[in-house]
Design a protein around this ligand. Sequence first.
Ligand code: SAM
Ligand code: SF4
Length: 327
Amino acid sequence: MTLHDKFGRQITDLRISVTDRCNFRCVYCRSADPENYREHDEILSWVELERLALIFAGLGIQKMRITGGEPLVRDGVEKFLRKLNELRVPDISMTTNGHLLAERVPALLEAGLHRINISLDSLDPIKFEKITRTRSYDSVMRGIDAVQASALAPAKINAVLVRGFNEHEVEAFAAFARERGVIMRFIEFMPLDADRHWSRDLMVPADEVYRRIHAQWPLEQIPHAKSETARKYRFADGAPGEIGLIAPVTQPFCGHCSRIRLTADGKMRTCLFSKDDHDLRGLLRNDASDSEIEARIRALADQKEKGHRINEPGFVPPSRTMVFIGG
Ligand code: SAM
Ligand code: SF4
C-alpha cells in the first residue's frame, strides 16, 4: 500500500524528530535565550515511535531519517534504529550536529544506520563557536573523521550559509570536500529560525555558491532523482568529494516533494512550512487501532500543501520553527 496526496505525489520519505532537545544553539535555528523544552511525557516514547514507524512502513515509506533537535542526545536511538531495520525500511539515515558522534559510530553502524548527514557551518573554530554557540568544533571534526574511517563513508556535510557569517567559506568548504572525499551540501537559509532574523538578504542563493565553486574547480552535474532535494555535482578534474546544492527558497522542489514529518511531540507535518501540524499522539494514547491511525495518516497526507509559498507576497513563516519541527 502506498501513500499519496491529492496532487498525485507519492509520499515515500518520513523525517522523524526523536527529541526537541539540543546541545547546540545554532543562530539560524534556535534562540540564544533559554528555551522551554517539552515535558518528557509530551514526547513520544520509543514504543510509540516504533508503532508509528510500523504503520508508516506499511504505507510504503521507503526512507526514514532520524533527526531532532539533536537525535544523539536521546538515549535509545540505536535500539530504535535496530527496530527500523527489523521493519526492513530500505533507507535509514540520520542528521546530527556531530558533537556526540565519534564514539557512537560503531554502535550506529551495528544498529543498521545506512547513511549520515553531519551539520558543519564553519571550518574556522572561532566562527563555528559564534554560529553554534558552543565550543564543539573539535568533537564534530572527530565525528566526521570517525564516519570517514567507517562503512558510513562518505559523510554528507550540511552547511547553512548565512550572509555576513560564513558566506566567505564556500571555497574552503569545497576544498574540504576535495581533500576529505565528503559530500558537501550547501543549504539555503530558510525562514524557520527561532529568533525570526531570517531575511532574503541573509540567504546565500545556491546559484551564487555554484558560480563561485565552478570558477575555481569546474563542476559536472550528476543526475539525481526528481524527489531528491539536492542538485549534485562532481569535480571535473576527478578529485574526490561531491557538492550538493539545496535551494528550497530560490528553486523550490515542492512539485516533486515526497516528504512528510513526524515531530517529537507526535504531530504529523505535511510541509516544513505548514501552518498547522496534526496530532497523532492523542490517537496513540487513546487506544486508536492501527487502521484508525493509518486512515488518519492517509487523510492528512492527502491534504499535503501544493508548495511552501515563501516567494509569494504576504508569506508568513510558520508559528512552529525548526526547533519544534525537526530538520
Ligand atoms: N541537530 C541536528 C543537526 O543540526 O544536524 C539535526 C536537526 S537540524 C534541525 C537538521 C538540519 O536543519 C541541519 O542540517 C540544520 O543545519 C538545518 N537547519 C536548521 N535551521 C535551518 C534554517 N533556518 N534554514 C535551513 N536549514 C536549517
Ligand atoms: Fe541543534 Fe541542529 Fe538546530 Fe543546530 S541546527 S540548534 S544542532 S537542532
